[in-house]
Write a protein that binds this ligand. Sequence first.
Ligand code: SAH
Length: 224
Amino acid sequence: MRIDIITIFPEMFESPFNHSIIKRAKDKNLVEIHLHQLRDYSVNKHKHVDDYPFGGGAGMVMMIEPISKCIDSLKAERDYDEIIYTSPDGEVLSQKVANRLTLYNNIILLCGHYKGIDERIREHYITSEISIGDYVLSGGELAACVITDAVIRLLPGVLNDETSALSDSFQDNLLSPPVYTRPYEFNGLKVPDILLSGNDKLINQWKHEQSLQRTQQRRPDLLK
Ligand code: SAH
């Protein structure tokens, strides 16, 4: 999978993309991530990519030309399955959305800033819009990191134990059961005995019951 990210702050991705699972996926060549500095596509000499909004009002708006130039230059190189704009009014990111994105070979993530981007980009270039939740961030960079992480960890071969993504919360509309590790007892606090029984069938049954119970208590909406 190839992910192209258009941003005015490529440096914001350095740390998240060079650690843990994303780094491992890149090292194994399971994903290619390319960052594009939008200012490089600016059409004015000060490298501005924003301007005052027509009709007045607070805040700046990202201009149409640099974004269209950048997207056009990427599209000239390859076909894209989706051109995604990170936006608080987009489809809210979920495990289902992340699973869908894993099916694609090439996607573009466009990070907005200021008051957002010129609407004409959204109408004519963007194929889908994703929000990471009902709150407003200062820019799309953190949202793009979240989307990228959620997708990459689902790509086959990225996680060592492939079943571990399948048993994560939301994968089957259930929350994950509680997990424990050594020591068996800490200051009188013990691990549920069933987990030490060695009986896989009973253990799996217990895990499923715990998942169900947790989902009923915390996120009954998922069971509908
Ligand atoms: N005026 C816009 C918010 C702009 S915030 C509005 O009220 O809808 C600046 C940029 O941050 C946006 O263009 C978008 O790319 C990004 N952003 C903000 N909140 C986000 C969220 N919840 N999910 C994804 N991207 C978000």
